[in-house]
Design a protein around this ligand. Sequence first.
Ligand code: NAD
Ligand code: MG
Length: 368
Amino acid sequence: MNAPRKVEVSGEAGYSIEIGPGLLADGARLARALRGRHALVVSDGNVAPLYLDGALAALAEAKPGLSVATFTIPPGEHEKTLERFTECLHALSELGATRDATVLALGGGVVGDLAGFAAACWMRGIDCVQLPTTLLAMVDSSVGGKTAVDLPSGKNLVGAFHPPRAVIADTSTLRTLPDRELRAGLAEVVKYGAIFDAGFLDWLESHADALLARDDAALAEAIARSCAFKADVVARDPYERGDRAMLNFGHTFGHAIETEQGYAGTTGDGLNHGEAVAVGMVLAARLSAALGRAGAADAERLQRLLERLGLPVRIPAGLDPQALLARMRLDKKADASGLRFVLWDRAGAARIVSGVADEQVLAVLREG
Ligand code: NAD
Ligand code: MG
């Protein structure tokens, strides 16, 4: 096995992200991330049957005295609730978890957000080690310390900033990830290039086929480069008071599409988050061009790359531009002078822009 890639997140609560195939079978590596005698592994009903036993066996061999329990939730965003969070705390209580206990989050972003939030709250904060198994979790949700659960009235309304102690991304797990989930993760990968680095977009263009074919080396490279971008922005702005909001490129439009569809993507009939972000990035690029900030050719290039990766680039039929605009106005991203967007000056150079007029947004939405 090649040595895993390593990306460091610097700062007071710094940690490393290790990326490579087979890491979940490396008990010594897992054990190094644990400080105490108790560990709770949180997972979901799709991931646990595939990877839980292997990880537990590796850990038991490397750290025989460890007292381990598991807590498995049914899969899906609708399980990221306060009720599951409470159950997770009860599991920690039953384990007799002390302040040096560790929560291991084995799964996608749903498991990572829920387990991370439980770790943030148990005894006012214990270690969380993220073991992401979706591409989205590897490049986005496991890094940066945002944890949360949803309320019926909205996503991620209850949560905390709680950086993980370590992130260990076993890229072999991506072999079982459904195609649609893989593509959703690729949308967030493209986002990093769009915001920070046109050279990374070139690289993605030339490796699109390898990524879709789940070539190990291409995936590891894409994940490591994405994590480095995220690590950098998170270290500069851990609490999202400034620059970190750039990571919302495509997300203002994307969230409006997701909410207007009633999060149908989580049940299969609408766009999922990554797909909505893909459409949203094309709209943000077109809005940038319409405002005279960037050339139209950049928007077309972004659109072509996303299409090659099998992602949608147009607003789904039946969604009303006025209704989408109303959603954006409600989405904390509007002030008296107009809407706030992450736009770009050109591919690889994004910035936050306030005071965008409704009419300009509507014109882009009407084009679809
Ligand atoms: P997810 O956790 O629901 O996983 C997607 C699906 O893939 C699930 O059905 C899951 O069971 C399955 N799965 C996971 N790994 C698998 C594997 N290796 N093989 C087969 N199936 C597998 O979704 P996600 O896209 O990973 O994460 C989305 C969540 O992440 C949302 O709740 C979102 O709010 C959150 N998020 C958080 C942050 C953050 O900074 N904390 C950032 C982005 C997204
Ligand atoms: Mg996102």
